[in-house]
Design a protein around this ligand. Structure first.
Ligand code: NAD
Ligand code: UDP
Ligand code: UDP
Length: 343
């Protein structure tokens, strides 16, 4: 281990344990790239609450200042507008590297930028980690499994990915990011952690990001039909954001490199998801079928045995419990704060 990290870190981990105890210790300095985005902003909330200092680095492509503005004025919080494709000089103890658009609509908007962000952006953040001896966590994705031929997916599965398809800027980009992380780990002794995140939802998701949960929720609230792509029998497993953030923090503080699947094993077809949204928002909501996008994975469900065993982590919030929490936030953002606007 590199000295600067070890010195700070020794004081914060329970003996033999992996979970931060919240005992008095020197606060860590932590960079969260993509910290103005959906997942990043929830992570920032937890890190600030824990007493650490956080620097958010974000180019605001899909992130928003509103997601972190409640920390403005806090001396332990700093927000830097910066694109990770450009080099960055900072002195910190940990780097959570999230910067990258996550929704297919966003990452396909400018595929060249997406792959640059994944490759050059990750390279820069690993170069930074190497120079300062910081611990580095990569938020990879279940997309590295592509259209999986193994179900559920374990971390040992190598995936089934189209290298020249419209999704490859993202899934091949993240695969390369994992390769870079492992090469910096093996070749430059950088302490790395790799999370493979499965579909995650919750408050602060972009309302019009085209992802299925945000689409269905926004459509049902606006009394529009929910758009089901293809026959709606494809599956996904949906994780509530606070479960993910807990998993990311345990991974960062623990001793294992990974990769670790972080996802909720509860698997739903898109038609079943539409039913849950109906129950939660509006029993009279309708469905409209649309043509599916190309290379859409048929099914996805994490095997989380590894995270359970080595991180002591598993998700706590089911779709039925988590969805209402997101709906509340979407209602406010779509209609303003007045809950009684005919809803
Ligand atoms: P998001 O789009 O809300 O957040 C991404 C953030 O990164 C945004 O704030 C955006 O402005 C910023 N960003 C993008 N490109 C950048 C660049 N070049 N330089 C600096 N900042 C940049 O997405 P999210 O759902 O919060 O995802 C966060 C991370 O988790 C991403 O790396 C994503 O690939 C990964 N992930 C998310 C999910 C999910 O379901 N949400 C699933 C798998 C993996
Ligand atoms: N880098 C950075 N901040 C740093 C150190 C490096 O952004 O504090 C970038 C650097 O510009 C380079 C990348 O990280 O493009 C990889 O750095 P590394 O030192 O591993 O490679 P080298 O610079 O030797 O090619
Ligand atoms: N999908 C859908 N209706 C929508 C948006 C997406 O039926 O309005 C489907 C999409 O075809 C895919 C699944 O929902 O099979 C998940 O899509 P999303 O973009 O949320 O995530 P990802 O494909 O990255 O898992």
């Amino acid at each position: 281990e590199k000295a600067p990290y070890r010195a700070q870190h020794a004081a914060m981990v329970s003996p033999g344990g992996k979970i931060p105890l919240g005992l008095p210790r020197k606060p860590l300095r932590i960079v969260v790239t993509g910290g103005a985005g959906f997942v990043g902003s929830h992570l920032v909330d937890r890190l600030i609450e824990r007493g650490d200092s956080v620097i958010v680095v974000d180019n605001f492509f899909t992130g928003r200042k509103e997601n972190v503005q409640h920390h403005f004025g806090n001396p332990r919080f700093e927000l830097i507008r910066h694109d990770v494709v450009e080099p960055l000089l900072l002195e910190v103890d940990q780097i959570y590297h999230l910067a990258c658009p996550a929704s297919p609509v966003h990452y396909k908007f400018n595929p060249i930028k997406t792959i640059k962000t994944n490759v050059v952006g990750t390279l820069n953040m690993l170069g930074l980690a190497k120079r300062i001896g910081a611990r580095f966590l990569l938020t990879s994705t279940s997309e590295v499994y592509g259209d999986p031929l193994e179900h559920p997916q374990k971390e040992t599965y190598w995936g089934n990915v189209n290298p020249i398809g419209v999704r490859s800027c993202y899934d091949e980009g993240k695969r390369t990011a994992e390769t870079l992380a492992m090469d910096y780990h093996r070749g430059a002794e950088v302490q790395v952690r790799i999370a493979r995140i499965f579909n995650t939802y919750g408050p602060r998701m972009c309302i019009d990001d085209g992802r299925v949960v945000s689409n269905f929720v926004a459509q049902a609230l606006r009394k529009e039909p929910m758009t089901v792509y293809g026959d709606g029998k494809q599956t996904r497993s949906f994780q509530y954001v606070s479960d993910l953030v807990e998993g990311l923090m345990r991974l960062m503080e623990g001793e294992h490199v990974g990769p670790f699947n972080l996802g909720n094993p509860g698997e739903f077809t898109m038609l079943e998801l539409a039913e849950v949204v109906k129950e939660v928002i509006d029993p009279s909501a309708t469905i409209e079928y649309k043509e599916n996008t190309s290379d859409d994975p048929h099914k996805r469900k994490p095997d989380i045995s590894k995270a359970k065993e080595l991180l002591g982590w598993e998700p706590k919030i089911s779709l039925k419990k988590g969805l209402p929490l997101m709906v509340e936030d979407f209602r406010k953002r779509i209609f303003g704060d007045h809950k009684d606007k005919g809803l």
